[in-house]
Design a binder for this molecule. Structure first.
Ligand SMILES: [Mn+2]
Length: 400
């Protein structure tokens, strides 16, 4: 053995850590409880990406929306991205896979969402029909049914037609949990999407045109434009057909990528937190908000956009506030050509939205935790994390 070059006192401490500490056992309490429960219930290795019967973020597939706190599902809308169509219909499948690369705990926030809420993957809603309105009705019908008992939705597109169903469902939940307050919205997009009936004659009989959920919800009195923030506006997105002038007249806060870069995200995070306050709110992410250098896996690529880091930093404004629904749309797997880098960033972002929805739902449940349970009949894996600590965990818990 070579001589130690570290002072004795310090070395003894380092050796003590090496011999006794555990990254499972010494995790923050809710995370450790989660790992130990996974071991006790013999839920197979939640780090695995290879078990197809796990849903989004390793959530169990389930039809039990009545007892769910959070419901995650895909809708592969592929109707009307305006430039490069891509293959948004396949996005839920690819993102479900990418989401399994994200660990099921949030160390930075000290959260174990599956220990705090009953989270299910309800599977996908088929877009059903070639008829636009019929597909919307099909989506909205399912979305409302699945959230009828209060489950907060995390919806994965598909194209931005998804926003109609998100808006209707969020409004239903807002009525249930926050009956006095209008909703706020954070939109990440290349375009304000404030399409008006006068601008889009072809869709005049369609209530929820692609992405046009915001002006419609303002028109109905569900959303307060003073609590609406739009990030990433540029290029085609600030031409009048995409809604800039309507958004300005409505009093929506429009933020161009350079504004964000110059003022810094703290400036806008503070503004969002002040204006949204205790109101219920939703986040909708149209991935064409992104700069093409962020992987390119979207439909309408337009230079000088946002980074994933900016989208995440702004999204975190909602942490601890009342986020009640979120969607992500316009992911085009066929354009995501660099080792699926767009998909992995989306997956990491989705997990943050999941955690923020859990945060809201725990408050709505008066602080009570509802654990997620997996159907163990499906389990075939031999490895479960933390198993060697079960004895210690059981002893410690008896002692307490
Ligand atoms: Mn859009």
């Amino acid at each position: 053995m070579t001589m130690s070059k570290i002072p004795d006192e310090k070395l003894k401490n380092y050796q003590k850590v090496f011999e006794n500490a555990s990254n499972f056992y010494d995790a923050p309490p809710v995370i450790r409880d989660f790992w130990m429960r996974m071991a006790k219930e013999k839920v197979p290795h939640l780090f695995s990406q290879n078990l197809s019967w796990y849903g989004f973020h390793h959530a169990p597939f389930s039809t039990d929306t009545e007892n769910a706190d959070i419901v995650i599902y895909g809708i592969g809308y592929d109707h009307n991205s305006s430039q490069e169509m891509g293959d948004t219909r396949h996005a839920p499948m690819y993102l479900r896979f990418a989401s399994k690369y994200v660990p099921p705990v949030h160390g930075e926030w000290e959260m174990a969402p599956f220990e705090m809420c009953n989270i299910i993957d309800r599977g996908d809603i088929d877009k059903f029909s070639m008829d636009y309105n019929q597909s919307l009705d099909w989506d909205i019908k399912h979305a409302m049914k699945w959230s009828k008992h209060g489950a907060l939705p995390l919806r994965i597109g598909g194209d931005h037609e998804i926003l109609g169903g998100t808006m209707v469902t969020a409004n239903m939940l807002a009525d249930k949990f926050f009956p006095e307050q209008a909703m706020g919205v954070i939109l990440f997009d290349g375009h304000t999407d404030c399409f008006l009936p006068n601008d889009v004659g072809g869709y005049i009989d369609t209530e929820w045109v692609n992405g046009g959920g915001i002006p419609r919800a303002i028109y109905k009195g569900w959303v307060d434009p003073e609590k609406v923030f739009q990030f990433g506006m540029r290029g085609f997105g600030i031409d009048s057909p995409s809604g800039q002038y309507a958004a300005e007249q409505l009093g929506i806060t429009i933020v161009r990528p350079l504004d964000l870069e110059e003022k810094g995200y703290h400036y806008f995070v503070d503004m969002i937190r002040e204006r949204i306050g205790t109101s219920p709110a939703l986040i909708t992410v149209d991935l064409d908000c992104l700069d093409p250098s962020e992987g390119g896996g979207t439909t309408q690529r337009d230079g000088f956009g946002l980074t994933f880091r900016e989208v995440r930093a702004i999204s975190r404004a909602m942490k601890g506030l009342n986020l009640i629904a979120a969607d992500v749309c316009e992911y085009a797997p066929s354009h995501d050509s660099h080792g699926r880098s767009t998909a992995f960033n989306i997956a990491a972002l989705l997990f943050e939205y999941l955690c923020m929805l859990v945060d809201t739902k725990v408050r709505l449940n008066n602080g009570k935790f509802n654990q997620t349970h997996w159907d163990l009949n499906l389990a075939t894996s031999a490895s479960f994390p933390g198993e060697i600590f079960l004895d210690r965990w059981n002893k410690d818990n008896v002692a307490v």
